[in-house]
Each structure stands twice: as structure tokens, then as C-alpha cells.
Design a protein around this ligand. Structure first.
Ligand SMILES: [Ca+2]
Ligand SMILES: [Ca+2]
Ligand SMILES: [Ca+2]
Length: 274
């Protein structure tokens, strides 16, 4: 019975992998197959079917990240010298893991190929001890461009960045945490019809939370001048110094925040929000 279960799991895993990559090459003849020398290593061959541009984008991601980290303490720091080790979860499973080690044998990064297409989707970056995660990055749509970044301080989440337009130079959603609890969500949203600028160059909509993670104010800059113009807070009063790091326009409209109030949020942001 156990053997049968194992066989079913094996066949399923193998057929899943086969469907993930469509080979353009025609199958080889029996003569060609027998002429080919046997591979020296007994590890599975990962068939790479990801886009070349995507593969290029993930290349050196670990080294570049670690280099930037070193430059925070010394601007002239050289790129780290890392050794690469490829691992496989099982001998029949093509899903791969790549680990990068520094010269002192500490773990610098771990990369995971979640769907076995040869392109890494999940990236872990570690501190100099190799034990504490500093950042996790994930590519959701197999283009090699990161869609989610989670940044940690002392092993606790400090910031989460989301990318919605395939451009890593700006993160459309930025969540800031305090001791692992949400403190602020900053978004870049389209301003209402009639606003002088419909799309601001940076964040223009903020949700602010108290130290217990409870929503205390929502603020929206609708003319992209950096001052908040529409505010909802607990008392419905003008209290500019109470909005975390946000300046408030003197002519701002201030309304009382109702329980679970999301009425000034754009429709696309009303769901899935804390
Ligand atoms: Ca992506
Ligand atoms: Ca972006
Ligand atoms: Ca404004």
C-alpha cells in the first residue's frame, strides 16, 4: 500500500514538472540516446524554461544585495566573495535550492525555485552571522522582477514593500511595522477627478495605526504637494502633529473616523487591508 502511494506521488510530481516546461526540441532517436555518455553526478538535471531576461535579472542578486549591505558601513567595501552550493529537495524532485556562503562559511543567501522552471522565485538574505534573516524577496510572476520585499530588524519584520508595476525602482505599497505590529501603510493612489495631478510621484495616501496596531487616522494628499488634504481621525479635529511624519494642509478637510472606516479609500484598496 505504501509503495503504491509513493508511486502515485512520484508520478504526479514527475508529470507536474513535465508540464511546467514545454520543450521545443523533438525527441531524440534511440541511437542518439545510447551514444550520449552518462552524467557523472547523480543529481537531477533542472530544465531551465524561464525567460532569458528573467534569468539575467536574478543572476548575482545575492552578491549585489550583500554588497549593498556592506556599503552601508563602508562606502568603499568590495563585493563579497561567495561560494555557491546547489541542493535538491529529493533525488527525483527538480525543485532546487541554491545557498551562497561567505569565506568564513556563514550563510549569505538562500534561493528557492518553487515551481522547478530553473528560475529562482524566493530569496533569503542573512546577516554576517548567517543565522538571522535580514530580508526576504519574492517574485510572484516568473519575470525575475521582485514583487514583495520583507525587511527585518533583529529577526522581526520592520518593513514590507510591494511592487505592482514591474519596476523595482519604486515600491507602490510600503508597510512599516513597530515591534512586528503594523504602524503605517503608505500607498500611491490615483487622485480624484478634478485634482491638479492624478498620479503623484510618490506616496500620497496613508493609514496610520497606534502602538496596538489599531487604525487611528487616514490621510490623503490629493494635489501631490506633500501636505495631506483629506483626513479622517478619531476626533475629527485638525491635529497635524499627531499624524506620523505627515504634514497637513491648513485647508485640509478633517472628518471623524468611523469604526472600520474605509470610505475615502480607492475601490481597489478596500479589500485585503488590515
Ligand atoms: Ca515579478
Ligand atoms: Ca514599482
Ligand atoms: Ca496636498
Amino acid at each position: 500500500m505504501h509503495k503504491m502511494k509513493f508511486l502515485i506521488v512520484f508520478v504526479l510530481a514527475f508529470s507536474l514538472f513535465n508540464t511546467s516546461c514545454k520543450s521545443k526540441k523533438k525527441s531524440k532517436t534511440t541511437a542518439e540516446k545510447t551514444d550520449k555518455p552518462k552524467a557523472a553526478c547523480n543529481c537531477p538535471k533542472v530544465r531551465v524554461c524561464a525567460d532569458k531576461k528573467a534569468l539575467e535579472r536574478v543572476k548575482e542578486r545575492c552578491s549585489k544585495w550583500q554588497h549593498e549591505e556592506l556599503k552601508k558601513t563602508s562606502s568603499t567595501a568590495a563585493a563579497p566573495s561567495l561560494s555557491r552550493k546547489e541542493l535538491y529537495i529529493t533525488s527525483v524532485n527538480p525543485i532546487g535550492v541554491i545557498k551562497y556562503y561567505r569565506n568564513d562559511n556563514t550563510l549569505a543567501c538562500r534561493e528557492v525555485d518553487l515551481n522547478g522552471d530553473g528560475l529562482m522565485d524566493l530569496f533569503y538574505f542573512y546577516d554576517p552571522s548567517g543565522k538571522i534573516t535580514k530580508e526576504v524577496q519574492q517574485d510572484w510572476d516568473r519575470d525575475g522582477i521582485i514583487d514583495l520585499r520583507r525587511i527585518y530588524r533583529n529577526g522581526v519584520i520592520f518593513r514590507e514593500l510591494q511592487n505592482t508595476d514591474g519596476d523595482e525602482s519604486f515600491w507602490e505599497v510600503e508597510k512599516t511595522y513597530n515591534d512586528g505590529l503594523i504602524a503605517q501603510i503608505a500607498l500611491k493612489v490615483i487622485n480624484p477627478v478634478g485634482s491638479p495631478v492624478r498620479v503623484c510621484p510618490s506616496y500620497n495616501y496613508y493609514e496610520n495605526f497606534d502602538t496596538e496596531g489599531k487604525l487611528i487616522s487616514i490621510s490623503w494628499d490629493i494635489d501631490c504637494d506633500g501636505d495631506m488634504d483629506r483626513i479622517r481621525n478619531k476626533d475629527g479635529r485638525f491635529v497635524s502633529d499627531k499624524f506620523k511624519h505627515l504634514k497637513v494642509d491648513k485647508a485640509a478637510s478633517v472628518e471623524k473616523l468611523r469604526t472600520e472606516d474605509t470610505s475615502i479609500a480607492p475601490p481597489s484598496d478596500r479589500n485585503g487591508k488590515k
